[in-house]
Design a protein around this ligand. Structure first.
Ligand SMILES: Cc1cc2nc3c(=O)[nH]c(=O)nc-3n(C[C@H](O)[C@H](O)[C@H](O)COP(=O)(O)OP(=O)(O)OC[C@H]3O[C@@H](n4cnc5c(N)ncnc54)[C@H](O)[C@@H]3O)c2cc1C
Length: 396
């Protein structure tokens, strides 16, 4: 049986970086990836542009339960260290006006390429089409078994096999099964950064329309999160950046906690408050705007058709109320094929905050999306993958 100082399970963002850092320490490393290529998911990130980091990176952009762990990991490998790492690999990056960092090529493929070049330069052993099916602790080491019945032995294993989002790109939840073998618990994974299902005739009627809005997610009537940005109407419900940003809390409530009452309230004209809107409609009525055209110039034309009944009544107060507090009842979320991330996984408190070593099994380390760590959209999830991969890889 071939032996290595460390076996990395999963060749995505966290696994590639873990392999690089482990190898730089002088370890012999085997990187096992079940897909025919490393980093398939990386190629689709940021709509193909890869938003790999954020200028504002700190633990406050992550779920509260994980913040101690994130603070500790970013303390060892924060934004500047990661920027330095990528610069050393030859990747030029630039931040946009909101602080999101992209490669200057605007191509995710550039990020993957520089990582692959480093893997090659360091002569890391990579096995593709290599699905790790079983891990066993035997006499102070791990026996690693693959789907094709290969076996390897190593005193250290870094589990970087991701969560459950976009299973066609590789990560399908198998990391949880491997972690559970060593006594880890798994907080039920649910889709996160995901469009919402809403049975509202408006959604169907307005499908394809995209506006800027402020949205508030509610569970049992109580606000749980809010965001401003794009609101996109779809055949099945709601999407767009603002909706994706509030989807985590709704998904946990309906998909994990079995809550039946969830909704999104949208402020469709966030640039004006209720008083300003009332004044504006008063002005329009004075100027003899036809009733059915009162919304022209404020919202796309199709909204005038959606609002036809209210506009007919010429009831400005009722119109303003709907425009500022339109409620959509949410019945669920889209599935894993449309979720950018996983909420849930191995709880943060089950790993050592300095090294990411499992506190259930000596020699086992966990990094990336397999852990119950979720960042906001904007480069925070890849930041976690890089940073946790680097810390685990340099801790072995
Ligand atoms: C459409 C989309 C867009 C995104 N855009 C962004 C963005 O712009 N910015 C951002 O910060 N985040 C983004 N994300 C999130 C980001 O991709 C993840 O945070 C990141 O990929 C997680 O890295 P990971 O290494 O933990 O998991 P993954 O990247 O999922 O890698 C896990 C790897 O393990 C392999 N694997 C799984 N099981 C096994 C096994 N048993 N044996 C061997 N190999 C296995 C998988 O094939 C996979 O290659 C996006 C996600 C999606 C789906």
């Amino acid at each position: 049986m071939k032996s290595y100082d460390a076996v990395i399970v999963g060749g995505g963002a966290s696994g590639i970086v873990a392999a690089v850092f482990a190898k730089r320490k002088g370890a012999s490393v085997l990187l096992c990836e079940k897909m025919p290529k490393l980093g398939k998911k990386l190629l689709v990130t940021g709509a193909g542009r890869c938003n790999l980091l954020n200028e504002k990176l700190n633990e406050s952009f992550y779920n509260p339960e994980a913040r101690d762990l994130v603070r500790s990991v970013l303390g060892r490998c924060g934004k500047d260290a990661m920027l330095g790492f990528f610069r050393e690999l030859g990747l030029q990056v630039a931040a946009d006006e909101t602080g999101r960092i992209f490669p200057v090529t605007q191509q995710a493929a550039s990020v993957l390429k520089v990582l692959e070049l480093e893997v090659t330069r360091l002569e890391i052993t990579v096995k593709l089409d290599c699905e790790v099916q079983d891990l066993r602790a035997v006499a102070g080491a791990f026996e690693v078994r693959t789907a094709s019945e290969e076996r390897f032995v190593s005193p250290k294993v870094i589990l970087c096999a991701g969560g459950k989002s976009y299973p066609a790109l590789g990560a399908d939840g198998s990391a949880y099964v491997l972690a559970q073998k060593f006594g880890h618990t798994v907080t039920e994974p649910v889709p996160c950064v995901v469009p919402l299902l809403a049975k509202d005739p408006w959604c169907h009627f307005l499908q394809g329309q995209k506006i800027r809005a402020k949205v508030t997610a509610r569970v049992d009537g109580k606000p749980v999160s809010e965001a401003a940005g794009e609101l996109l109407f779809t055949q099945y419900g709601l999407s767009g950046t603002a909706v994706l940003d509030v989807s985590r809390e709704i998904s946990i409530a309906v998909n994990r906690d079995g809550k039946k009452i969830a909704s999104v309230t949208a402020d469709l004209i966030p640039a004006m408050n209720e008083g300003e809107l009332k004044k504006e409609f008063g002005r329009r009525l004075e100027r003899k705007f036809p009733r059915e055209e009162l919304l022209e110039g404020l919202l796309p034309h199709k909204f005038s058709l959606a609002f036809r009944d209210i506009l007919q009544k010429e009831d400005v107060a009722a119109l303003v109320k709907v425009l500022k507090h339109k409620e959509f009842k949410v019945s669920g979320t889209r599935g894993w094929n449309e979720a950018e991330f996983t909420a849930g996984g191995v709880p943060a408190e089950e790993v050592d905050i300095a090294t990411l070593e499992s506190n259930r099994q000596k020699g086992l380390y966990l990094a990336g999306e397999v852990l119950d760590v979720q960042g906001a959209r904007g480069g925070y999830n890849l930041a976690w993958a890089w940073a946790s991969g680097a810390v685990a890889g340099s801790s072995i």
